[in-house]
Design a protein around this ligand. Structure first.
Ligand code: AHR
Length: 635
């Protein structure tokens, strides 16, 4: 043990003794046989699950800055858009459902400027998703569809403006001409401004005129500069998790509250102007800018395999499509969707994908049928699953078909288990897969989370998560994939529909919860073999996992969820008598309630240290409330 570890352990023991109340947990004895692998670690164990919830895409990962770019309205008027009248000018905005640039967007906003001049412009402003992040020396690219009342050109001034000072941070203009719908593109650059999110976009005219507008869009630079792409800060956080797959598009979002509001993928491909948008399950409207191809490109960018969930004939409100002829169109839709993902440009749907900008097919190994079909009161999943299974296997025999619950009649390739629990509940779950049947289907834990803390999980949750992850690693011969949910939350008021979400953000910043860092740490040393191991003694809040990559490294995860230190004698058979270096990452906190926030994002982050291991035995003391990952060189 190195000096730092000795000191850490000694400090906690001394503090405990002085306080007179804290006593170390009963000593544990952990034996790991590095030369006797028990089973293979699933290389796809860690992945991501995602859906439109908590403003995950709109107002989240999807980098669009304009909120309600398609001018939806309610009884209060056009949502998120407001009239700007400077000086003596005068303007009005209304919805015109009779004219739009496409069949999908058949309506538009009618902007009537009745009085304006160069010193007194008028128009509209967009508030963004709880503001608009503007950074210094940054290029913003935008577009809109428009038409005028007359043939004569109408200049439109476009500006990013500070909410508080009214200062123009970036500006440009375009000239709208003619009475036919056309798309206008623009870009503008900020100067040496301070980064902030208290900004908005203004579109103004310097003369009386009437214009119709639709699909006003504005993007900052995106991850890997993708058009219609994703926020770089959030993508970087995901990359650090080393995810091997992405389960999309849900979750409840896949099912919709009604059949018509399901994830209807054919309405979410191609140019944005051809996407009608739809109401999502989670009480807000989806722009559908994150459509099927965008999910696939997200996979491509982070080198994840897609895990495609297809609509399975059950919607959340209880509507069911009966197995048999009624279900056939939905099965065909799923087959078309798989062809869109995997087909060559010579196939019908592969050609559509190529036309949408991605000629190369994506590889696909898993298709999931529906989501949480145990809620189907009519109990039709056996029949629905079988119908999808047979049709998909007939055309794509290599695809593994995931069931969302146990089914009878057919043995699914994989069954998706979901767990949402408090910390205590997670501890109780830790032995669950140790005893599970190995003869049945493989397991995908498609959603799981310890739910303590809001909007993002606190350290108690991280301890519950870490304990659960040790059990997944130990059993990853059976549990082949797992993904935490929900992944994202916009922390602004009204942004959250489901609490305890892995990564939080506002318009400008994002942060990882302690649970996020736990997953980053666990995925950093997965190993490829599960080591034979045994534990005696120790408190009931001590958890571990031991894996290795032969002749390369051993990975040891130690979790002490107790408030007192946990002494442990570790024997690693196979290390030999030499000296080995262990790189340690430690995540710890003083209480289970401690957490990270958008304003204090790094209170709890992994701290690296090193330990020199001499021989095969180590006497070690885990600090209270701690999660540690040891990567031990075997070379
Ligand atoms: O993750 C939040 C929700 O929990 C998912 O949409 C649903 O599948 C589950 O009930």
């Amino acid at each position: 043990m190195n000096t730092r570890s000795v000191h850490t352990a000694a400090f906690f023991l001394l503090a405990a003794t002085l306080a007179g109340t804290l006593r170390a947990q009963s000593p544990a004895s952990l034996t790991v046989d590095l030369d006797r692998p028990k089973a293979t670690v699933s290389p796809t164990l860690y992945g991501l699950m995602t859906e439109e919830i908590n403003y995950s895409y709109d107002g989240g990962l999807y980098a669009e800055l304009i909120r309600n770019r398609t001018f939806r309205s309610d009884w209060t008027g056009v949502l998120n858009w407001f009239v700007v009248e400077k000086g003596s000018s005068s303007a009005k905005i209304s919805v015109d459902s009779g004219t739009g640039p496409s069949a999908a967007l058949a309506g538009s906003a009618k902007l009537e400027v009745t009085k304006a001049d160069t010193g007194n412009p008028a128009g509209i402003l967009n508030e963004g998703y709880w503001g608009m992040a503007i950074r210094p020396n940054t290029e913003y690219t935008g577009s809109f569809f428009s038409k005028g009342e007359k043939e004569s050109p109408v200049p439109v001034q476009i500006a990013l403006v500070s909410d508080q000072s009214g200062k123009v941070l970036a500006k440009t203009s375009v000239s709208v001409s003619g009475t036919a719908w056309k798309e206008y593109r623009f870009s503008m650059r900020s100067g040496t401004v301070a980064a902030s999110s208290e900004n908005h976009l203004e579109l103004t005219l310097d003369r009386p005129a009437t214009l119709w507008l639709q699909l006003v869009s504005l993007f900052p630079p995106t991850y890997r500069n993708r058009a219609n792409g994703n926020r770089a800060d959030i993508m970087e956080k995901l990359a650090a998790m080393r995810p091997s797959f992405l389960r999309f598009p849900g979750g409840n979002y896949l099912e919709g509250n009604r059949i018509e509001t399901r994830f209807d993928w054919k309405k979410m491909i191609g140019p944005l102007v051809d996407r009608p948008t739809h109401p999502s399950t989670w009480s807000y409207h989806s722009t559908d800018g994150m459509g099927l191809l965008e999910f696939l490109e997200w996979c491509e960018d982070l080198r994840m395999q897609p895990l495609l969930a297809v609509y399975g004939g059950y919607s959340l409100g209880g509507q069911v499509v009966k197995p048999g002829p009624d279900l056939e169109p939905y099965v065909q839709d799923a087959l078309d969707e798989i062809e869109y993902v995997t087909g060559g440009p010579d196939t019908k749907w592969g050609a559509v994908r190529a036309k949408n900008g991605h000629p190369a097919p994506f590889s696909l190994s898993w298709v999931e049928i529906g989501n949480e079909d145990n809620f189907d009161k009519a109990k039709t999943y056996d029949g629905r699953y079988a119908q999808f299974y047979k049709a998909i296997k007939a055309k794509y025999p290599k695809l593994e078909i995931i069931a969302t619950m146990p089914v009878s009649g057919i043995t699914p390739d994989i069954v998706d288990d979901h767990y949402y629990k408090r910390e205590q509940g997670m501890f109780e779950l830790v032995r669950h897969y140790d005893q599970a049947d190995r003869k049945g289907p493989k397991i995908f834990v498609g959603e799981w989370a310890t739910r303590e803390g809001s909007p993002t999980p606190n350290f108690g949750s991280a301890l519950g998560d870490a304990a659960f992850l040790t059990s997944l690693e130990r059993n990853s011969d059976l549990v082949v994939m797992a993904a935490y949910a929900p992944l994202f939350v916009n922390v602004n008021p009204g942004g959250m529909q489901w609490s305890s979400d892995l990564i939080g953000y506002d318009a400008l910043n994002s942060y990882g919860s302690p649970s996020y860092y736990t997953q980053v740490m666990f995925a950093s040393c997965l190993g490829d073999k599960i080591a034979t191991s045994g534990l005696t003694g120790g408190g009931d809040k001590f958890f571990y996992s031991a894996t290795s990559t032969v002749k390369s490294k051993a990975c040891l995860k130690l979790v002490n969820a107790a408030s007192t230190p946990q002494p442990v004698s570790i024997t690693m058979n196979g290390l030999g008598s030499g000296t080995h270096t262990a790189r340690i990452e430690t995540l710890r906190a003083n209480t289970t309630w401690a957490t990270n926030t958008i304003t204090e994002p790094e209170r709890i982050v992994p701290v690296p240290s090193k330990l020199t291991v001499r021989g095969e035995k180590v006497e070690y003391t885990l600090p209270p409330y701690s999660i540690q990952v040891f990567e031990i060189d075997l070379k």
